[in-house]
Write a protein that binds this ligand. Structure first.
Ligand code: UD1
Length: 335
């Protein structure tokens, strides 16, 4: 008999599928709700009960909560395309805000023990570096706004109804099972797909922008573990790697991993935050600071092995772009 019963939304997706593996190891009985928009059942652990459906389907959510009486909810279902979110505003807000609120309502009604929400570093916008949880978020795109709205809603749900939560703000996560066929997001997956197809790597701008790329094993296990720690209740944590890497350095490291010189195609720069990295001392205090982070080279090596085995993916264009004005030309070309 499993100790806990939990719901994982987005459990067939990249981060979600890894969280599922860790929760199963920790003895949770799991129900995975996923609409397979970015996930694939192939990624799904067979020990989890799979339900294909949307977080916008209130009747389905009510039925699942009534039937299973969950202890915990891990909400990872999202279309996390930060750059694209400007051009799919309505889709972004319905999925990322309304979908989340449907789950929060059900969690309040059914008295679940904790709601674990995967937010994003996108809530900070151009904050002072390193980004810390003490800063007041000031999101600069619809994706970040949606994630921050849900964070605020969770705080009011806690004040009003006592629904406990833990919020994570990961950043630039990469690794095995990432959808490398998504042309709008996750530069490492995009680059690996381009390498397999023998195409040049597309760099927006001069490549001096930087991100702290975070390997999946430095993120997913802790999201799963959070409910076992009392002190993470009603707290917000940045999570992921510490050191920022420029896109140019990323390409250099990738060349070492794939062992060949890579061609570059520079595209016009995208309207985006130039540098972003976060402080993780709050995380270390709660989860222990003995965790050894995976180096970018090692993480890339592991992902590259998986990518090579699974092959290139056809780029799947997003159907339903709402606004074409100012869409980056390389995305416009996909229309
Ligand atoms: C943002 C979030 C990240 C989230 C991601 C999901 C920040 C700092 N990070 O990442 O946590 O996981 O959205 O969408 O807000 N790039 C190229 N060529 C490409 C694609 C991307 O040069 O073909 C560049 C981008 O300009 C950017 C960097 O690579 O500077 C990373 O892009 P991407 O992986 O799409 O993620 P962010 O938008 O930075």
């Amino acid at each position: 008999m499993a100790q806990y019963k939990s719901l994982v939304t987005g459990g067939a997706g990249f981060i979600g599928s890894h969280v599922v593996d860790h929760l199963l190891k920790a003895g949770h009985h799991l129900v995975v709700l996923d609409d397979l928009s970015g996930g694939f059942t192939k990624k799904l652990n067979e020990e989890a009960e799979f339900v294909k459906g949307s977080i916008l389907d209130e009747a389905l959510i009510e039925e699942l909560f009534r039937k299973h009486q969950f202890d915990y909810v891990f909400h990872l279902a999202a279309y996390a395309a930060e750059g694209l979110s400007h051009f799919i505003r309505k889709f972004n807000y319905s999925n990322n805000v309304i979908g989340s609120v449907n789950l929060i309502n059900a969690s309040i009604k059914h008295g679940i023990k904790r709601f674990v929400f995967t937010s994003s570093i996108a809530v900070y916008g151009t904050g002072e570096l390193p980004l810390t949880e003490q800063q007041t978020p000031n999101p600069e795109d619809p994706y970040g706004i949606a994630k921050y709205a849900v964070e605020l809603d969770l705080k009011t749900a806690n004040d009003m109804f006592g629904l406990d939560f833990t919020i994570f703000r990961p950043h630039n996560v990469y690794g095995e099972r990432q959808n490398i066929g998504d042309p709008y997001r996750n530069v490492i997956g995009i680059f690996m797909n381009q390498i397999l197809k023998g195409k040049p790597l597309t760099i927006f701008g001069n490549g001096e922008q930087s991100r702290a790329f975070s390997y999946i094993d430095d993120v997913a296990p802790f999201i799963a573990k959070s409910v076992a720690l009392e002190q993470t209740k009603n707290q917000v944590y940045n999570i992921g790697a510490d050191s920022p890497t420029s896109l140019n350095t990323l390409v250099y490291t990738l060349e070492k991993v794939v062992d060949k010189k890579l061609k570059i195609e520079h595209l016009p720069e995208r309207k985006e935050v130039i540098h972003a990295y976060a402080d993780h001392s709050k995380f270390a205090e709660a989860f222990g600071n003995n965790h050894e982070y995976t180096s970018l080279k090692n993480g890339l090596q592991q992902m590259w092995q998986w990518v090579k085995k699974n092959g290139a993916r056809t780029s799947q264009k997003f159907e339903g772009i709402e606004i074409e004005t100012s869409l980056p030309p390389s995305w416009k070309a996909l229309l």
